[in-house]
Design a protein around this ligand. Structure first.
Ligand code: CP
Ligand code: NVA
Length: 314
């Protein structure tokens, strides 16, 4: 199978990709997944290196990128911002130009999305967004791949996201708009996804026939959902708002009763880490409808596909 061809040199937000490119990445992820299950590893990125800058904590992103690079014959470097010169004031532009002399790709997890864009502007090598305050595209790709694996036609599903209109919600929204499925996002008043991103999703949806609902009404959002999704109420960097958010989000939780309200045997996704007892109950996390660990596994396969597409080319 051929490595997917992408127009963009970087992977910063799903909005930069066409439906065909996303589906090509799904197919290639599926192939890489099948290969791993057979113990087959093709050294597509032999001798290549990925510099991974982390300004926030991570379990899945760090481990899946590092493992993925090894499986592809390359190597990943973990660079905590507190230990590299970036944390002492070296500019993003200088960091980008230096890393471009040593490495074949850069993954960054940071705060403002402008930092990811700045890095991509100055780097001569592909940049992958491993989560910014605005987007988490690697997560959303793996999420939709997890659904894609289970469905004959992913465009006919309804995904309902319950909770904070955050980076994960934004990427799911853009992803649905490109793919052409139905998405409903139910958030408390004042915590809806950012208006400019919703507007962008509506614009993309005119091409794909995606159906988008942004609401505060949980019952309306979950009705008929095939998949329920939630994420933490308090994202990394928002700790000062914890008290206020915990009050506002008290009802925005996935429990067994909410699954019943879908009227379907809805499967449940969560990007993880979960705050059990807040946005999701133990019974759901550990119950028969949960597909959260398949979803976490798929980060590995999908990111390998992204890295092959961006880094295998000259
Ligand atoms: N879902 C996700 O990105 O997990 P980590 O924060 O552990 O990387
Ligand atoms: N919205 C969460 C996602 C963590 C993977 C955060 O930004 O902390």
């Amino acid at each position: 199978m051929k490595i997917p061809q992408l127009n963009s040199n970087d992977f910063l937000t799903l909005a930069d990709f066409s439906k065909k490119e996303i589906f090509d990445l799904f197919e290639f992820s599926a192939k890489l997944k099948r290969d791993v299950k057979k113990g087959k590893f093709s050294k597509i990125l032999e001798n290549k290196t990925l510099a991974m800058i982390f300004e926030k904590n991570s379990t899945r992103t760090r481990v899946s990128f590092e493992t993925g690079m090894l499986q592809l014959g390359g190597h990943a470097l973990f660079l905590s911002s507190s230990e590299i010169q970036l944390g002492r004031g070296e500019t993003i532009a200088d960091t980008a130009r230096v890393l471009s002399r040593y490495n074949d790709g850069i993954m960054i997890r940071t705060f403002g999305h402008d930092k990811v864009e700045e890095l991509a502007k100055w780097a001569d090598i592909p940049v992958i967004n491993g989560l910014s305050d605005s987007f988490h595209p690697c997560q959303a790709l793996a999420d939709y791949f997890t659904i894609y694996e289970r469905e004959k036609d992913i465009t006919s599903i309804k995904l309902t996201y319950i909770g904070d209109g955050n980076n994960v919600a934004n990427s799911l929204l853009i992803g649905a708009a490109i793919i052409g499925c139905e998405i409903a996002i139910a958030s408390p008043k004042g915590f809806e996804p950012e208006y400019s991103i919703v507007e962008k999703a509506y614009k993309i949806a005119t091409q794909s026939n995606a159906k988008i609902t942004i609401t505060n009404n949980i019952d309306m959002a979950v009705d008929g959902a095939d998949y329920l999704y939630t994420d933490v109420w308090v994202s990394m960097g928002q700790e000062k708002d914890s008290l206020k958010k915990r009050k506002a989000f008290a009802k925005y939780r996935i429990d067994n009763n909410l699954i019943k309200k879908t009227g379907k045997d809805a499967k449940v996704l969560h990007c993880l880490p979960a705050h059990r007892g807040e946005e999701i109950t133990d019974e759901v996390m550990d119950g028969p409808n949960s597909i959260v660990f398949d979803e976490a596994e798929n980060r590995l396969h999908c990111q390998k596909a992204i890295m092959c597409a961006l880094m295998a080319r000259k």
